[in-house]
Design a binder for this molecule. Structure first.
Ligand code: ADP
Length: 221
């Protein structure tokens, strides 16, 4: 079975590798990858009304208010497609209010799995301090794992830069908000029997293999 139609949420601290794994999983299962962080960064880059609304939150590492996030996600799902075809959510939900909203939106298309990518905070700090991302497609690099040509993205040729919210102050704030607002989702999904965890400090390929194994077993492949 190819796992088509998989409906998956990725949870984990900032820098746990959600975006990297979501991109690999999206290609593997042939389902779309929705990163609310990428949607907001694109909106800021394009100067859309939503971009103007959220820029200050992104720059300082604060959470975008739930009503704005929910509006963006609702619009996305309302366009049809992903509910039936499957999706990987990365960076949403991040609060209990968002998780409850997601349940409403999904209605009779429940999640298959919520996957927690677990990484110690020390590892996160090292990763984020050296992280560089493509402004165009969001592909992630590190000072120790650079693109082939200067700081030009290997995937799309975009410029690879440090995110404003990867500054030390913003990282501290994002980690604190994770503990306060997002960690409670582990219990929320644990109680629903949906939560599985992987050790995200292993190399990218090993984490990917473990996740695929867990998803396929869960879906009875
Ligand atoms: P990371 O997981 O590394 O923190 P993301 O790209 O997921 O990065 O998110 C970047 C920023 O976008 C967050 O710090 C926050 O300001 C905003 N954001 C993204 N998703 C959400 C969400 N679901 N709720 C509130 N804010 C969000």
């Amino acid at each position: 079975m190819n796992g088509s139609g998989v409906r998956l949420v990725l949870l984990g601290k900032p820098g746990a590798g959600k975006g990297t794994q979501a991109a690999l999983l999206s290609a593997h299962y042939g389902v779309e990858h929705l990163s609310t962080g990428d949607v907001f960064r694109a909106a800021v880059a394009q100067g859309t009304p939503t971009g103007l609304e959220v820029q200050q939150y992104l720059d300082t590492g604060e959470l975008v208010p739930d009503d704005i996030v929910i509006r963006v996600v609702d619009e996305h799902f309302a366009a049809g497609g992903p509910l039936e075809d499957g999706f990987i959510l990365d960076g949403f939900p991040r609060t209990l209010v968002q998780a409850e909203e997601l349940e409403q939106v999904l209605a009779d298309h429940p999640l298959d799995v919520v996957l927690n990518i677990d990484v110690p905070t020390e590892t996160i700090l090292h990763r984020i301090a050296g992280r560089r991302v493509c402004v165009n497609c969001g592909a992630s690099y590190h000072l120790t794992q650079r693109p082939t040509i200067n700081w030009t993205c290997d995937v799309c040729g975009g410029e690879v830069v440090q995110r404003d919210d990867d500054s030390p102050d913003a990282i501290g704030r994002r980690l604190a908000l994770y503990e306060e607002q997002t960690r409670p989702l582990l219990d929320y999904y644990g109680q629903q029997g949906l939560l599985l965890s992987v050790d995200g400090s292993a190399p990218t390929d090993a984490v990917f293999d473990e996740i695929v194994g867990l998803i396929d077993r869960r879906r009875g492949a």
